[in-house]
Design a binder for this molecule. Sequence first.
Ligand code: SF4
Length: 750
Amino acid sequence: MSVPGLNLTAESLRHAFRQWDGVLSQQLALKSGGFGLGQVPERLAPDATTTSVCGFCSTGCGLNIHFRNGEAINLTASTDYPVNLGMACPKGWEALNVLHAPDRATRPLLRDAQGAMRPVTWDHAMREFTSRFKDIQNHHGADSLAWIGSGQLPTEELALLGAVAKFGMGIEHGDGNTRQCMATAATAYKQSFGFDAPPFTYADFEASDALIFFGANPCIAHPILWERVLRNKNNPAIVVIDPRKTETAQAATLHLALKPKADLELLYGIARILFHNGWIDASFVERHTGGFAEFKAFVAPFTLERTAQATGISAEQLTAFAQLIHERKRVSFWWTMGVNQSHQGTRTAQAIINLALMTGNIGRPGTGANSITGQCNAMGSRIFSNTTNLFGGRDFTKQADREDVAELLHLDSSRIPTRNSWAYNEIIDGVRSGVVKGLWIFGTNSAHSWINQNDFMELAKKLEFLVVQDMYHTTDTAKLAHLVLPAAGWGEKEGTFINSERRIGLLKKVARAPGEALSDFYISKLAAHYWGCGDLFQEWKDPESVFRILQRLSRGRPCDITGIGGYAMLDRRGGVQWPCAEGTDLSVNERRLFEDGKFFTEDQRARFIFDAPTAAPELTDDAYPFSLLTGRGTSAQWHTGTRTSKSATLRSLYPKNLYVEIHPEDAAALNILDGGDVEVSSRRGTLTARAVLTPMIQRGQVFLPMHYPEVNRLTASVFDPHSKQPSYKTGAVALHKATAARSRQELTHG
Ligand code: SF4
């Protein structure tokens, strides 16, 4: 028996086909032009149009995909999808085009004894994968293997991988790159609300009469959500709290340009002003919260004078801000990475939540303490990836939770680990200490994106076996791998994403993956088969089968999705928000949480949680006198640019070379010219960037866009102690005009 282009042995194929109930065999039989599995193109008329959701950011826009002669040739933004209402940002418009690139991974690649990457068959790759990982595990124990996943993958793929790795392969440590963006919000919500539950719906952007953005720049990072703000007919106040005068700050009615990392002082100071003036919703606080009196006592020392001193914002502006919160009827508080990626991010997020609770701005239209997510499926990863939470937001350390999951999955409960996984930074520390020797990274580019890059690169060399599963074989991380597994991308597979407003949207296969690339779903099936645990996952046949399993796992949980009638219903309704228990009235397709004032804690009360502010671990000094800010550069760039750099259209919309924003007066003092080359150094490394002189940045600060590979040479290994999220916004750097001999590198990433 042979399948063209796939050199599995006949015996292993026959066994695999039996294991997978024929699904894979049918799919492989289709394959001479590509292995990305799924059926959508075959079901469609040659010139049809179908729908899907975008696979870049967490906005979760609906897209119409248009076919000609059976091939997806173009797309348009869906006009009737409740998220984007006919709009899309540049990345979404180019979603199909980034699939075509000469550096797509099309065959498994294995590093040979001379260090060169050689193409091998899937059979060879999976035998190597299994023997190397099993060898490490047998010699060094359960902690010696780990994986890092991605919020870019559909929920079903994350769930299958989490189940196969933990319950089948005995790999106990796995985390997602969502640790880099959303761990803080998830931790804050869990502690304050009893579950990781962003409360809002996008309609709240249009219903507020005051929108307060903390460390968020939606004009660039979430442009369609900003469009929703612009549709607001209430003449809302728009307040931006950010050290930088970002594009959003320039459009705001009030910009509070606080000192870097002074957010917590600001929030406690504002809370004190609200207390002092009696601007509190006492009835809401009394009925629905706990810890209020303690919080009131805690913020008493955060006087107006102290807050003005700590934040650099005048007493008049602070008072005006608090008064605005008091006077407006529907105040919504929004935050993103400026809060999450901080050394005290969790407490900062909770200080925002505290403001919403004390003023009763939650559970009503236009209100809420609202974390905007980053990646397209960060929310799916948070709830269903089986990494640091057991499925459905359960806890590995609780016997009742383990038994519950074991029964629902027809598993022996002894297969479920009794401890929580290490977080991403703890896995990296495991590599440092020599405990973790084998690492499986999929759908993320750690060598670019992980904090303190030189440290990561050194540690990666310690790994005995690094497997990288990706669409492209040229990513910074794939170049370090011992084995590269070629993966299908967005549009080449099926599944669901959960967006920022908890909406589950349907992703469809509209193109074939190139060469022998497989969806991450079927790579996990292969891994289970070759590991010898495929029998455990017979029911996990295809993405929709897994969706039904997840529905079962969600029953009775805050994220209950048992009321969703499968993929067809998601498609028909333009996505469905969780929770959606059986019997949920779906006549309204935009729902917010906590309208009844009941939270997910045992006593159904939200908690006021607070802690003393701490200084950032790395402060400026004479040697490194500038505060480093990092963030998104343009709406045409996505994270490390592995996909967006493949589009000529997108490349034309962002600077080719790394640039650094500097205040003109700082530049003048250092004899740095606009457009000239600048060396930016931290205690960890140096890079060269083109100077952009702009008053968007305050004196004493510089800004670097995160999309260029050198930027994390400068960042420090600093983490929030509660969420373990990296603090990309903390650091001190020095600037020097570059000498001609060290002129800037020509970069092609973006
Ligand atoms: Fe919408 Fe985000 Fe996709 Fe842009 S990247 S089209 S904002 S989902």
